[in-house]
Design a binder for this molecule. Structure first.
Ligand SMILES: Nc1ncnc2c1ncn2[C@@H]1O[C@H](COP(=O)(O)OP(=O)(O)OP(=O)(O)O)[C@@H](O)[C@H]1O
Ligand SMILES: [Mg+2]
Length: 377
């Protein structure tokens, strides 16, 4: 029986097998009568017994049948190898189709990736343009504000010294109370003027970060210094503050002052969002397959609502009314970008926030301040 899927050509090729089989049957059926007929007709010598003649005829028929089977076996073998070749070909085509499909999916994914990057780039560009014009405006305003402000501050400090002297020399209660009130008012003015001055300074830093002063930095030491500096401040009381920085992390080249400011900004933000019993963790590691390091500051604080998250890098955006200038993250972003890195914020409201910074390990083409050997932080 032929396999049902066999093509027509195969059926044609099987013909010899059928012919062989038919031939063998015909021979077996015809041999014995032929032998008997030959004896009757006297074709055989009379001394040959009929049994021997029948045996010879049977052997003859069996040989013919054997030849038929051999022919059939060969044909079957050929069919099988054809079938195998066809199967191999089909499997090969299927494999090629799979490869083509995978390639197509890869291309589609890379196109989608490219489109996403293009959108991000365009958004960044429009951010840059917006901030560049804002920065120009702010720069002009900052200069106008800063100089008179310094004059006001020094005048207020003189007034304060005067008020303090009065408090000490006043003998009568009424005069003493009046002098103390005056002193408190002057202190309030000084505090306000200092807040304006620090906002203006921040604005100037944001708009014109200045040239990078590049040196070799051990992040392990820089982060440890920052943590030691803030750990005893009241804001960090009751908060577990830890650093996970491998001591063998590559030394990077960067502006140490800017980097410290970034870490401090992130630590302060984290502490302001975290209540007692919470955790702040600073970690860093080399990015796999890239000449970059990633520094992350994670807290278990209140998190940032989804509608606020897109605005946190905008200059002067703050949710800390009266307590924040809204420049911490925007200045940090300006610093990170001037190093050729990027900064991202991930947050789950109620669970916490993680700020991730990626920085190149080396500032290619930028001269080092210190000698090649020295690690400044
Ligand atoms: N770790 C954090 N957890 C929760 N909210 C955060 C965190 N970091 C930043 N934010 C949000 O992003 C806003 C902007 O932060 P940014 O540091 O720029 O300004 P600020 O902290 O408000 O003021 P400044 O840093 O100038 O004192 C914050 O007001 C706060 O709403
Ligand atoms: Mg801040």
């Amino acid at each position: 029986m032929l396999p049902p899927l066999l093509p027509k050509r195969e059926q044609y090729r099987c013909a010899p097998a059928h012919i062989g089989r038919a031939f063998a049957c015909a021979a077996v059926c015809g041999a014995v009568p032929l032998a008997a007929n030959a004896m009757v007709a006297g074709h055989l010598p009379s001394d040959v017994p009929i049994g021997i003649a029948a045996l010879v005829a049977l052997a003859l028929s069996l040989s013919i049948a054997l030849i038929g089977m051999l022919i059939r076996a060969r044909a079957l073998h050929r069919i099988n190898s054809e079938l195998q070749r066809t199967r191999d070909l089909a499997a090969h085509r299927e494999h090629e189709r799979d490869l083509a499909q995978q390639e197509l999916i890869r291309k589609l994914e890379s196109e989608r990736e490219l489109a996403k990057e293009k959108m991000q780039f365009e958004a960044q560009l429009s951010d840059y343009e917006k901030y560049a014009s804002l920065a120009q405006l702010a720069l002009g305003a900052a200069h106008e504000i800063n100089n008179p402000l310094l004059g006001i501050l020094s005048h207020l400090e003189l007034e304060l010294a005067e008020a303090e002297r009065e408090v000490q020399i006043q003998s009568g209660d009424a005069h003493r109370i009046a002098s103390e009130e005056r002193r408190a008012e002057i202190l309030q003015c000084i505090e306000g003027a200092k807040r304006i001055s620090s906002a203006v300074r921040g604005l100037l830093n944001y708009a014109r970060p200045g040239p990078l002063l590049i040196s070799k930095i051990s992040l392990f030491r820089l982060v440890a210094d920052c943590i030691n500096f803030v750990a005893h401040q009241p804001m960090f009381r009751g908060i577990e503050l830890t650093a996970h920085i491998p001591p063998d992390l590559p030394v990077i080249t960067a502006d140490a002052n800017q980097l410290s400011q970034i870490v401090m900004n992130l630590l302060l933000n984290a502490a302001q969002a975290t209540i007692e019993g919470g955790r702040i963790t600073v970690s860093a590691d080399k990015v796999k397959f890239e000449e970059m390091i990633e520094l992350a500051v994670a807290d278990t604080g209140q998190g940032i609502p989804a509608d606020i998250l897109p605005h946190v890098f905008e200059p002067f955006f703050t949710t800390k009314r009266g307590k924040g200038t809204g420049l911490g993250l925007s200045i940090s972003q300006a610093y990170v970008r001037s190093h050729g890195g990027d900064i991202r914020v991930e947050s789950l409201p109620g669970r916490g926030t993680t700020v991730r910074i990626r920085l190149p390990i080396r500032q290619e083409g930028r001269p080092l301040l210190e000698s090649d050997e020295e690690v400044v932080v």
